[in-house]
Design a binder for this molecule. Structure first.
Ligand code: SF4
Length: 413
């Protein structure tokens, strides 16, 4: 973290933030944030194309019709980053995540160029976790060896299921054999990787969910992301809903996941994330701890802190318009500061996802506000048995985890 040099702000009690001592919010200037240190900074790079659009997917991904304009897009990413540099001047990048879409559609040479552009333009931490999302169906051993040699040190593989029938129902381009082959190629080249699996799939039985998870765990992945399939608005599944397991069956699947992952030594540290000891996803952890991130590429989002404000940005979503806007020098479509009134909710929305919660002074450090601005809501959540708190930690209780939406809602008002 970079301590912030106070600039143009009166020294004295108005600048003091001490949540533990409960210094009152009334000492702060109305509307002003006072961040005593900038959070760790991560970089997100978006690759917007997939072979085909899956019927449940609401990400910013577009079917690649014909050849993907890889060179033009990589040129745009570099130009986008160059324009964004003044916002993050002098700050080190702790993690990089290349997500999509299907970034593993990128050629080995393209990925090598991207990473060398990032290294040229940014001070990358020597130990930086550099993750790339990859989908089975795009796995060629030689290409993945090359990705590793270029500097990717973690893979996140969108397996979703090892069951051919379910993969078909999800509209995935890979089959069971390709799913297994992808993990084998990852195992041969990467010692750090994540497997994404989904459960409560169309027509899925409890036994099938058990087999899927057992297959995934047989490869001993350092990290597992286990997602409940949800029907997102504006997707094919929202329009034509498939036949999903009932609530009781999906609750049984959740219990099964807790039992199997726990027995195998995985820690359930976030709503959908399970890790072997020391293998948590550093990049994602930074999101949940309300850290900063610069997002480049089509539709990418950024959250960037300054001594007295926190900025959010979103870039143009359509790959073509994004590249055109970069050429015009205006890749950012929307930009706003997080208002003082929204800050507490935004922090809690993220931090309450973590099983271990957060230290009270992290709230002040990341939001620039005294903890007592959410005192009423904390009391309400505590009164309902949804959080536990003492001077060291604020964390959701088991009940709070189960009713996370209700808990988060408390901080909305
Ligand atoms: S592969 Fe992933 S990003 Fe692409 S359409 Fe399917 S779910 Fe969406």
């Amino acid at each position: 973290m970079i301590p912030i040099k106070p600039v143009g702000v009166p020294v004295g009690p108005t600048r003091t933030i001490d949540a533990a001592a409960g210094v009152a919010a009334q000492y702060l200037q109305p509307g002003a944030l006072n961040l005593t240190a900038l959070p760790p900074l991560a970089l997100y790079v978006h690759w917007p194309w997939c072979v085909r659009k899956c019927p449940y997917c609401d990400f910013n991904s577009h079917e690649a019709k014909g050849e993907v304009p890889e060179k033009e897009y990589l040129d745009a990413l570099r130009a986008d980053l160059e324009m964004a540099l003044p916002l993050i001047w002098g700050r080190k990048i702790h993690t990089v995540f290349i997500g999509g879409g299907t970034p593993s559609l990128m050629s080995a040479a393209g990925l090598d160029r991207l990473l060398s552009d990032l290294r040229t333009l940014l001070p990358l931490d020597a130990e930086a976790e550099i993750t790339m999302e990859a989908n089975p169906g795009t796995f060629e051993a030689e290409k993945f060896r090359s990705y590793r040699a270029s500097g990717i040190n973690r893979l996140s593989i969108g397996i979703q299921s090892f069951n051919g029938r379910h993969l078909q129902a999800l509209g995935r381009i890979h089959d069971e054999g390709e799913a297994r082959r992808a993990v084998e190629i990852a195992l041969a080249n990467f010692d750090n990787f994540n497997l994404d699996l989904m459960y409560a799939l169309p027509e899925q039985t409890l036994e099938e969910a058990r087999t899927d998870l057992a297959t995934a765990m047989s490869y001993q992945p350092p990290h597992l992301s286990l997602y409940h399939l949800t029907m997102e608005p504006n997707t094919v599944f929202a329009k034509y809903p498939p036949n999903l397991p009932d609530d009781d069956t999906s609750a049984d699947m959740q219990d099964l996941i807790a039992e199997m992952t726990g027995a195998a030594g995985y820690r359930h540290y976030e709503v959908s994330a399970y890790a072997q000891p020391g293998r948590q996803a550093k990049h994602n952890l930074n999101y949940w701890q309300f850290g900063d991130y610069l997002g480049i590429g089509a539709g990418a989002h950024s959250k960037l802190s300054f001594p007295h404000r926190v900025l959010r940005q979103a870039r143009y979503k359509q790959p073509k318009s994004y590249m055109e806007q970069v050429a015009n020098g205006t890749p950012v479509q929307e930009e706003h500061e997080i208002g003082r009134a929204d800050m507490g909710f935004e922090f809690m929305l993220n931090a309450l996802r973590l099983q271990d919660g957060f230290a009270p002074n992290l709230f002040t450090e990341r939001t620039g506000l005294a903890l007592n601005v959410i005192e009423k809501q904390l009391n309400e959540a505590e009164g309902k048995g949804l959080i536990y708190r003492d001077h060291m930690v604020i964390r959701p209780t088991e009940l709070g985890h189960r009713f996370l939406n209700d808990l988060q809602q408390i901080f909305l008002g």
